[in-house]
Design a protein around this ligand. Structure first.
Ligand code: ADE
Length: 255
């Protein structure tokens, strides 16, 4: 049952509700659901299928390969969710790309209804149901269920109380940069030592090193992100220096 007291409620419309069982029972998301911070309910689209065979798809007008999902079952499943105040999201490879920024926007919505497509596509008229269409990347999966799980995970972890607030601050993308390297014990592993500064106990130097490594990693791996990142004058000096030197040439970020 959906939990009305949850800070964020997801309703998912799918032909395969069982795909949402195990992934939502484990780890961080599983605990958040158990504690009632978020709620996820998968609705079986087949229940709205047409006729004795509960058909949800049919041949494409004009011919062509594959089947197309009919609009009536999708409307029947989604309209009550929309009437209950949900923002309706259609998972579709032609949608806007899921980013950290979009995930933050959706986390504030309160109630999301996620529609998972299957087969070769959905009847075009179904798009009228959606407030937003979201893609998780430029590749095509066999259906919207795995993308929906990706979206739920990315959005749910931003809801207050799902993970420690401090964990967000250093996340890759949260400040527009990739997160720099992390280390734990042992101090030396197969002759690879943890950088001295992390053992120094000097918080200021550790913070400066982390910022520099985040800048370095972003410059080497995802320079496109630097255009949208809020950068201080010191960051810009550091980036200039990094761009001019080859000092990371043998580092992992050069791969
Ligand atoms: N359905 C199939 N492929 C998809 C993708 N890349 N993103 C969202 N939904 C999809």
């Amino acid at each position: 049952m959906p939990d009305p007291s949850a800070a964020l409620r997801f309703d998912v419309v799918t032909l395969f509700p069982e795909l949402f069982d195990l992934p939502l029972r484990v780890s961080v998301i599983g605990r958040a659901i158990e504690r009632g911070v978020i709620s996820v309910e998968a609705h079986d689209l087949r229940q709205h299928g047409i006729g004795r065979h509960r058909a949800v798809d049919d041949y494409p007008y004009g011919g062509g390969a594959g089947m197309v999902m009919r609009p009536e079952p999708l409307f029947a499943a989604v309209e009550p969710l929309r009437a209950a105040g949900a923002m309706v999201i259609l998972m579709d490879p032609a949608g806007e790309r899921l980013t950290d920024r979009l995930a933050r926007e959706l986390a504030a919505a309160g109630h999301l209804a996620i529609v998972c497509g299957r087969y070769e596509g959905i009847d075009e008229r179904t798009r009228a149901l959606a407030d937003r269409e979201v893609s998780i990347g430029d590749y095509v999966l066999t259906g919207g269920e795995l993308p929906a799980l990706v979206l739920i995970d990315a959005v749910a972890r931003l809801v207050p109380g799902v993970i420690e607030p401090a964990s967000h601050e250093s996340d890759s993308f949260a400040d527009g940069l990739l997160e720099g390297p992390q280390y734990t014990r042992p101090e030396t592993f197969r002759e690879m030592a943890v950088p001295d500064v992390l053992l120094s106990g000097h918080h200021g130097e550790v913070a400066r090193w982390r910022r520099r490594e985040a800048l370095r990693r972003t410059l080497r791996r995802r320079p496109d992100l630097l255009e949208g990142a809020p950068l201080s004058p010191e960051d810009r000096v550091e980036l200039d220096r990094l761009a001019r030197t080859d000092e990371a040439a043998d580092g992992a970020d050069e791969r």
